[in-house]
Structure formats: C-alpha cells, structure tokens
Design a binder for this molecule. Structure first.
Ligand SMILES: Cc1cc2nc3c(=O)[nH]c(=O)nc-3n(C[C@H](O)[C@H](O)[C@H](O)COP(=O)(O)O)c2cc1C
Length: 357
C-alpha cells in the first residue's frame, strides 16, 4: 500500500489518505457569505478524492478579510450555507476543514486578479490593524497598532468563529498564522516592534498566537484536531526563522495543537524565496523531526511520486496541495492510479477523466 493512501488519525478524526486541499481564497464571496461557487469548488475537491478539504482563509471579523470578496464567519447568518458545504464534503467521505483568519495589515486589498492594490475608502476599503503601525510595503497606508482592547477583541473573534465553525459542521480547524497576516505579523520582529507584553522577546511575540490557540482549543471538543499554519521563515536575516518555528511548534504542542502546516514567507515584500519543487518540505521535516509533532508539507507538490516520497520518508504526515488541485481536481484519484492503489467506491479512479501529461 502506498504511504500516501494510508489513513491518518488526528484525535478522533480519521483522514482516509494523506492528501489535503490547501486553503485557497477564491475571492467569490459577498459580505462573507458562501454561495454556489464555494459549494461546487470545495465539493468537487472532495469528489476528487482528497481526505481533508480546508476551506479558504475565512475571516473571523469583517476587517480581517484580505479582500471584500473573502469568505467570513463573523455572524450566525453565514452558517446555513456553510452547513451545505460541510454536509456535501462529508457525504463524499472527506473531512470538512476551515482556516480561520485575520489579515491584519494585509486586509482591505483587491483580489490578485483585480490588481491586488489597496481598496480606497471611497470604494468600501477599511482601516487595517497590526501589531505596529508599519505598512507591508512603503507605498501602502500604515495600519493602526492594536491596543489591548483590540487584541482582546481579536481573541474573542477567533473564539466565536470556532464556535460557529463547529455549529456549521467543520471537523478540523486551522488557525492561519502564516503569510504575513495578523498572527504572523505579531510573531515576526520585522512587523512587531511593540514595547508592551506582546512585543520584544520570543515569548512576547508569540503571546497573541498562544492566546488565540488557547481560546480556539477551549471551544473544541477533545476529539477534534487543531492545526496551525505557520510561515516557517521570513527568508530574511533578522526575521522570523526556522529555529523560531521549531521553538514555536514545541509551545503549540503543549497547547493541544495536533499538526503544524508548514508554509513560508509573506511578511516581507521582496523576500528572496527559492521557489522550486517541494521548496518548503524541509521545514515540515525539521519540525517533525525535532518536536515529534505531526506536520504538513505544502508548496509545489505536483506529482504523485513526489507526494508519496514525502510521506514515505517521514518528512511530513500529510501533503497539502493548492494549485495542482485547481489544475487537476482528481489528483488524488490519478495519484492512486499511478501508485497502483485501488480505492473503494465512490472513489474508483476509473470514474475520473484520464490525466493528460
Ligand atoms: C489562489 C490562491 C489562494 C490562496 N489562498 C490561501 C489562503 O486562503 N490561505 C492560505 O493559507 N494559503 C493560501 N494560498 C496558498 C496555498 O494554500 C499554498 O500554500 C500555496 O499556493 C503553495 O502551494 P501550491 O504550490 O500547491 O499551490 C493560496 C494560494 C493560491 C494560489
């Protein structure tokens, strides 16, 4: 049996294989509400055979949206449609997951295909918040530094969003602490120059993520797993480092986190990132090796044998695929075919279109 198709149990949730749909903003929501697009998009990844479908960065507060077109879970009215999505994913034998997010200083931007620039207030843009009043790029408006009341509100928003996510039927929660969004901004000394108990030392810069993690974990039943996505490095000297990530993983392990999803970058506009096949896998491997905590590898994993090798060699416990699953929503079924694994109904790979190379 290929390692890629062995089940993985995290607390009381069993993934039927090791292929996870990496969260991807689809910029197709209005006022945070999911619609038919999200049902078909996420549902088809479940039909395609992925074990866990993690819904895009879903904002815990309206001002935490990257773009006005992001999904949200800041009010109960969002839940009825989300329930349709989770029910459909589950009916395909996959696990519905959600990434809870706050975009911090990178909020209030147009989607990439609308240019990615800041949305002016005249067009519905809003003031952004961050640990310090430092813009992501020198051309952008500076965010407001959060005060203690604002920080408490962020923690309360993650807590309330978790409660809603459970009510909507998600079985896996992932906290988004990567890619230069709010929680990563607090971690990195490049974006966090606070002098209070949330800035300065490692202990202080990790405080908000620890408090958010504790709040989310406290809402979760003991049998549901919690994932945290981190950017394992800022890719620049004096930024957040791989050593920091190992230390953070140990702390998160003690707070009941079950898997670290290891991405990188996003907090420095011009970071020299050596993008190439599997370029972030080494961080998942190191964290797993040094902490014993399960990890997820992500980033240019596009090939069944590459994915199999990552799992077989113990570099990560799951692989997360993003763009390859846009190109080939049936990647898991094709991978099974390529690795000689026969899957039970309804995931017989014969039902999928042959893959063109
Ligand atoms: C259109 C698009 C939207 C994305 N949105 C998110 C997101 O909401 N949350 C997140 O953590 N990463 C997001 N990412 C990053 C992916 O999850 C993934 O980490 C990255 O694309 C590298 O994986 P890949 O090479 O398989 O695409 C997005 C990527 C793309 C292409």
């Amino acid at each position: 049996m290929a390692h890629l198709f062995t089940p993985l149990t995290l607390r009381g949730v069993t993934l039927k294989n090791r292929i996870v749909v990496s969260p991807m903003c689809m910029y197709s929501a209005e006022d945070g509400f999911a619609n038919d697009w999200h049902l078909v998009h996420l549902g088809s990844r479940a039909v395609g055979g992925a074990a866990l479908v993690i819904q895009e960065a879903t904002a815990v507060a309206p001002e935490g949206r990257i773009t006005p077109d992001d999904l949200g879970i800041w009010k109960d009215e969002h839940l009825p449609f989300l329930r349709r999505i989770t029910a459909f994913i589950e009916a395909q034998g996959a696990v519905p997951g959600i990434q809870l997010a706050h975009a911090g200083r990178k909020a209030s931007h147009r989607s990439p295909w609308k240019g990615g620039t800041e949305v002016p207030s005249s067009e519905g843009g809003w003031p952004t918040v961050a640990p310090s009043a430092l813009p992501f790029a020198s051309t952008e408006t500076a965010p407001q530094a959060l005060d203690q009341t604002g920080i408490d509100q962020v923690i309360a928003d993650f807590r309330a969003a978790t409660r809603r996510a459970l009510a909507a039927g998600y079985q896996v929660i992932e906290i988004h602490a990567a890619h230069g969004y709010l929680l990563h901004e607090f971690l990195s000394p490049l974006s966090n120059q606070r002098t209070d108990s949330y800035g300065g030392s490692f202990d202080n810069r990790t405080r908000l993520l620890r408090e958010v993690t504790e709040a989310v974990r406290a809402e979760l039943p003991a049998d549901l797993p919690l994932l945290v996505r981190i950017s394992a490095t800022d890719w620049v000297a004096d930024g957040w480092s791989a050593d920091d990530s190992v230390a953070l993983a140990r702390v998160l392990q003690g707070l009941g986190v079950d898997l670290i999803d290891c991405s990188t970058g996003g907090n420095v506009a011009q970071a020299p990132i050596p993008v190439g096949p599997g370029y972030q896998v080494e961080f998942a491997a190191r964290i797993r090796q040094e902490t014993g905590l399960p990890t997820g590898a992500v980033g240019l994993i596009t090939d069944a044998r590459q994915a199999e090798d990552i799992i077989a060699t113990g570099q990560a416990n799951v692989v997360l695929l993003a763009r390859e699953l846009l190109r080939d929503p049936y990647f898991p079924l094709h991978a099974a075919q390529e690795l000689g694994v026969e899957l039970p109904w309804p995931n017989q790979y014969e039902r999928a279109k042959p893959r063109r190379r």
